[in-house]
Design a protein. Structure first.
Length: 220
């Protein structure tokens, strides 16, 4: 009889990568019920801590029939029941979309000297108002990378200005974004390169909200 074992380390990496790259987080801080017993869900509380640690915009829902553990109960939660969940959730989600979209678009401009350097290399900062390019930008943003493309608009680059950081911190950022891109490449529903983004546009497909896959990442 064959057995299947879940790699807990791989599972934890997947959760962290999703939290890092998401626009905002929704967490259900509810307990498990097994054989009539109520058991606090340690994994949910841990994930909530990761969301706060990564400074994410979080909407924490709590079923009003439960009492949360002491280390979570002090935090503000949105208490709900079966009758009012939709009415409470909808305005909170709309507000989260509004606030996090503004945060993405209000990034600091690169130094003028770096602008000249990038132009010399025939690279341009992408327009993150575009949904598809904004999703690609979010992959590198948590690690301090900017998203660039060449003059053709067909090749993307992640650019990091880390001159003020120690070498260990730079290596850590490079390692993390490389791991993240490899994880995303493995989880993509289809293969190919960023050219799919533009081929879909040329074909009249307006759904560009999901970033396409690419076989390799270029770090400048």
């Amino acid at each position: 009889m064959a057995s299947w074992h879940l790699d807990k380390t791989h599972f934890a990496k997947k959760i962290c990568s999703k939290i890092i790259t998401c626009q905002f987080c929704i967490v259900l801080l509810n307990h498990d019920e097994q054989n009539g017993q109520i058991i606090p869900n340690a994994n949910v509380n841990m994930e909530y801590g990761l969301m706060l640690g990564f400074n994410k915009y979080v909407i924490p829902f709590q079923n009003d029939k439960y009492t949360l553990p002491f280390n979570v109960a002090a935090l503000d939660t949105l208490k709900y029941n079966g009758q009012n969940l939709e009415s409470k959730a909808s305005p909170e989600i709309d507000e989260a979309i509004k606030n996090t979209t503004q945060d993405i678009q209000s990034r600091q401009p690169l130094d003028k000297v770096i602008d000249v350097f990038l132009l010399y290399k025939k690279l341009i900062i992408v327009n993150i108002d575009d949904p598809g390019e904004r999703n690609i930008y979010r992959l590198g943003a948590p690690f301090g990378f900017y998203l660039l493309h060449d003059f053709s608009g067909m090749i993307y680059y992640f650019f990091g200005n880390f001159t003020a950081l120690r070498s260990e911190a730079i290596i850590w950022r490079l390692t993390m974004i490389n791991d993240l891109l490899n994880e995303r490449k493995g989880s993509c529903a289809y293969s190919g390169d960023f050219g799919h983004l533009f081929r879909r546009k040329a074909a009249g497909d307006s759904d560009r909200s999901r970033p396409p896959c690419r076989s390799e990442a270029t770090l400048v």
